[in-house]
Design a protein around this ligand. Structure first.
Ligand code: ADP
Length: 502
């Protein structure tokens, strides 16, 4: 019972350890790695956006930085026409003397000068202001020729002559003006070509930068994605492994609790049976003492109490054995001593089950080293099983053989036997064949093995279904190594258990 509680505790402890086990620590590592990769993922995306924006801006700013405005060329042509028209109209005025033409050329001149000022301001390319100054100088010269022509006109010189004079003087100015306007157009053209080259350059750059950026982005995202997928897979695998482990531990804990409950039930059942037998005997002794064999009844009560004590000792021994190892009090004794005690103890049970118990005496007597009380428990368990499982009227025999090193004691019955498939489990704590689960706690053979192995001996079972079972255990004839007759309380180890010499 307590062993099962212990199992449950061990399993719960194991569960607790699971919580802080390397498996959980590894999951924490994977979670952290996933978090970091997610942050890298976001950083890469933000970086890619930043990069794309920078490329876009550099292309846009390149196309915007040009000072050349193609509409300026239209304006230049307008100015050229205006200047030319003004010259034509001035000449026409000297030929025709029309006030309207005079006013028109005057207006054209004013408009030309204003427009030139505006143009210079709006399209201030390097070199343009020089050219504009040249145009203004030409216009000043033109004005001088105009004033001279006006003088001639006032002196009543013939219109045709004044016209020719003006034409002759302004003719070079006309070509100078044309040159100046051509120069402005040329300056603009240079600037436009430069801007076109810059735009082309920026476009070319963007053309190489974008695929490079895309390759880099795709590579980084693929690496991050693969890393994340790998971590997620590992996490899922680890978690399913943890789940399976938790399930296993839960099942084991459940089984341990179930085993403990079954054992408690079996022990209480056994105790109840034994107590009932004592109570019945006492009742009969009190009510009808005349029909009773008092000595036999007393032996029976003693034997039943010894069975209960034995059961309690088995449980205590097995628990002690698991916690601290078993401490034996070994003496050099005749094997008959323990066999006689066993006969006395087990006879009433045999009688109660209507089974004959035959324990052969050893002749000549054989000595062995053993703990009398513990070997008594071994015999009580084995003979008890043999009696329990024997059909009525059958015989249980205890035989002794000895060789140089060991005394071998066999308990033989003609009961139902144990199927071969069940033999490997038979020494486990609380193991019972399903069919016999109501006949004990399943602790007897486990304690038998513990005690015998603590002595340095072995236990063997031979069984055939339908024909019976023979359990043989051995005890050492000589004292165990390390044990000394003169040194009391020396402990020696046997199969994990401790034997104490006294
Ligand atoms: P318990 O007898 O208290 O149940 P044991 O550990 O002594 O526990 O025995 C374990 C199981 O082995 C028994 O429940 C029974 O099924 C089987 N067994 C042991 N001895 C015999 C036997 N002599 N004949 C048949 N079955 C046996």
């Amino acid at each position: 019972m307590s062993t099962n509680t212990n199992n449950t505790e061990v399993l719960l402890e194991e569960n607790k350890q699971q919580e802080s086990s390397p498996v959980t620590n590894k999951s924490t590592f994977e979670r952290k790695a996933l978090l970091i990769l997610s942050a890298v993922f976001v950083a890469v995306l933000v970086g890619a956006w930043g990069y794309a924006m920078r490329v876009r801006e550099s292309v846009a700013s390149n196309s915007m930085t040009t000072h050349a405005d193609p509409t300026a060329l239209i304006e230049v042509e307008r100015l050229r026409n205006l200047a030319s028209s003004q010259l034509d109209n001035s000449r026409a005025y000297f030929l025709l003397g029309s006030q309207t033409i005079y006013d028109k050329q005057k207006k054209e001149k004013e408009s030309l000068m204003d427009s030139l000022a505006v143009f210079e301001k709006e399209h201030n390319l390097p070199g343009v202001s020089d050219v504009v100054k040249r145009i203004k100088d030409i216009e000043t010269k033109n004005q001088e020729f105009f004033d001279q022509a006006v003088e001639h006109r006032e002196k009543k010189t013939e219109s045709k002559i004044v016209g020719q004079f003006y034409q002759a003087r302004t003719s070079p100015l006309r070509s100078q003006l044309n040159e100046a306007f051509d120069d402005i157009i040329h300056l603009h053209q240079i600037e436009i070509d430069k801007a076109k080259a810059e735009i082309k350059d920026a476009a070319n750059q963007a053309e190489t930068q974008i695929p490079f950026g895309m390759t880099w982005l795709t590579g980084s995202l693929t690496a991050i994605f693969l890393g994340m997928a790998f971590l997620v897979l590992r996490l899922v695998r680890r978690q399913s492994f943890q789940l399976a482990q938790q399930k296993r531990l839960y099942e084991e804990a459940k089984k341990a609790v179930q085993d403990r409950d079954e054992t408690l039930f079996a022990i209480s059942h056994d105790l109840q049976d034994s107590l009932k037998m004592i109570s019945n005997t006492a009742e009969r002794m009190a009510t009808t003492p005349q029909g009773l064999n008092i000595v036999e009844s007393g032996e029976f009560v003693k034997s039943t109490v010894a069975t209960i004590e034995g059961m309690i000792k088995d449980i205590r021994d097995q628990k002690n054995m698991e916690m601290n190892g078993l401490t034996l009090r070994m003496d050099q004794l005749s094997i008959d001593d323990v066999l006689d005690n066993a006969r006395l103890l087990m006879q009433p049970l045999a009688k109660q089950h209507d089974v004959r118990l035959q324990i052969d005496s050893v002749n000549p007597p054989v000595l062995a080293f053993y703990d009398n009380e513990r070997v008594m428990r071994v015999l009580a368990n084995l003979i008890g099983n043999a009696i329990k499982f024997s059909p009525k009227g059958e015989k249980v025999v205890v035989k002794v053989r000895s060789d140089q090193k060991f005394v071998n004691i066999s308990v033989i019955d003609n009961g139902p036997g144990i199927p071969a498939s069940q033999l490997p489990n038979i020494f486990e704590n609380f193991w019972q064949a399903k069919k016999t689960a109501d006949k004990g706690a399943g602790l007897g053979l486990a304690i038998v093995k513990t005690i015998v192995e603590a002595h340095g001996g072995t236990v063997q079972i031979q069984s055939q279904t339908g024909r019976g079972t023979t359990v043989t255990f051995s005890l050492p004839r000589r004292r165990p190594v390390g044990a000394s007759l003169k040194k009391p309380n020396v402990t020696v180890k046997h199969s994990g258990a401790t034997a104490e010499w006294q």
